[in-house]
Design a protein. Structure first.
Lengths: 166, 178
């Protein structure tokens, strides 16, 4: 990929990729790794893109794959360094968000199962419909809908009145 | 405020840090150099290992005799136990090993071993053939013992009893120690 095109895509989509990575990662270092791996895949990609939407969807897909890949390894699943266990991590200490409400919602999203998390994020933040989410994630639309419903239910249980019932 | 608006408000305030932007922008240069350097290093290492293996292999093969690999075998000559070098040479796919045993009158007895492979423990069976020609370039006398490698027999020592070197009336006993 040409340097100018690469820099333009980075400038345009870095925040989007970073947000997805943050929704998965347990710390800033992991998020940085995921982002760098995603854009490295972009760098070495030989075929071009049809349009901007194709670039965006491709980056979302690759980023989610990188997240799953990073956290599916034996070490990541079984080894918890001091201060990284779920119980050890205090929501109020999360430096990514200043507002308490933001931290609570972000923590609730991060606690969602990975499959539900990506669907919830794409539906509520990126504004994709379930059919589009199914295309991005290469799953059936019914599966995307099921994951959306399950994610909503978990968020409702976690956030209670802070989450509007839909 | 509905759930989508909450998501928008929360994640809109989240931005990638500047240092990450720098890292991602410089990713191409770093990764490319890293890859190129690694490929060069790997190629140099592979070449060095290949040359090293070749040199070391030849060094081992020609170290003692200048032309063959050397192993040890216990030989009993006229009741006297001694350890002899077996000099191995390759002829096509077969390895030929020989033990040169000097006789009392200055002549020599050559023990020839024929094998498809170099036996690690010298597990061989023996056959004495009087006047057998040993092979190309060997210092052969009339007394020749042929060793034939056998996988199912274990012979740890070879006894050569020389009675009459000149006439060739030698006898060979094989001690089988399984």
């Amino acid at each position: 990929m040409e340097k100018t095109q690469y820099e333009r895509i980075v400038a345009e989509y870095l925040d989007m990729v970073y947000k997805i990575a943050v929704s998965y990662a347990k710390n800033a270092t992991d998020a940085d790794d995921i982002v760098q791996q995603t854009f490295y895949k972009l760098l070495i990609r030989k075929s071009g893109f049809k349009d901007e939407e194709h670039i965006k969807r491709w980056l979302i897909r690759v980023c989610i794959n990188e997240c799953n890949s990073l956290f599916s390894g034996f070490w990541r699943r079984n080894v918890h360094l001091f201060g990284q266990r779920e119980g050890d991590r205090e929501t109020s200490e999360d430096p990514l968000f200043e507002a308490q409400e933001s931290r609570v919602l972000h923590e609730a999203v991060r606690k969602l199962p990975g499959k539900c998390r990506s669907v919830i994020y794409l539906f509520y933040y990126e504004g994709y419909r379930t059919q589009e989410i199914a295309e991005i994630l290469h799953i059936r639309e019914a599966t995307a809908r099921t994951r959306l419903v399950r994610g909503r239910k978990i968020l409702k249980e976690e956030l209670k009145e802070a989450w509007d019932y839909e | 405020m509905n759930n989508a608006e909450k998501f928008k408000r929360i994640y809109d305030e989240l931005h990638a840090p500047e240092d990450l932007l720098g890292k991602v922008m410089d990713l191409k240069m770093e990764k490319s150099e890293f890859k190129t350097r690694n490929v060069i290093k790997a190629a140099v290492c592979a070449l060095a290992v290949t040359i090293g293996t070749f040199v070391a292999g030849n060094g081992i093969c020609y170290a003692a005799t200048g032309e063959s690999l050397v192993t040890k075998i216990k030989v009993v000559i006229n009741g006297e136990e001694t350890e002899k070098d077996v000099q191995w040479t390759q002829n096509g796919d077969a390895f030929h090993g020989e033990i040169v045993i000097p006789s009392e009158d200055g002549a020599s007895v050559t023990v020839l071993t024929v094998s498809d492979d170099i036996p690690e423990n010298m597990n061989v069976s023996m056959e004495y053939q009087e006047g057998e020609s040993v092979g190309e370039g060997d210092a052969v006398t009339e007394d020749t013992v042929i060793l034939e490698v056998s996988e199912d027999e274990s012979v740890n020592s070879v006894t050569v009893e020389k009675k009459d070197v000149v006439s060739g009336n030698s006898s060979v006993n094989v001690d089988e120690e399984k």
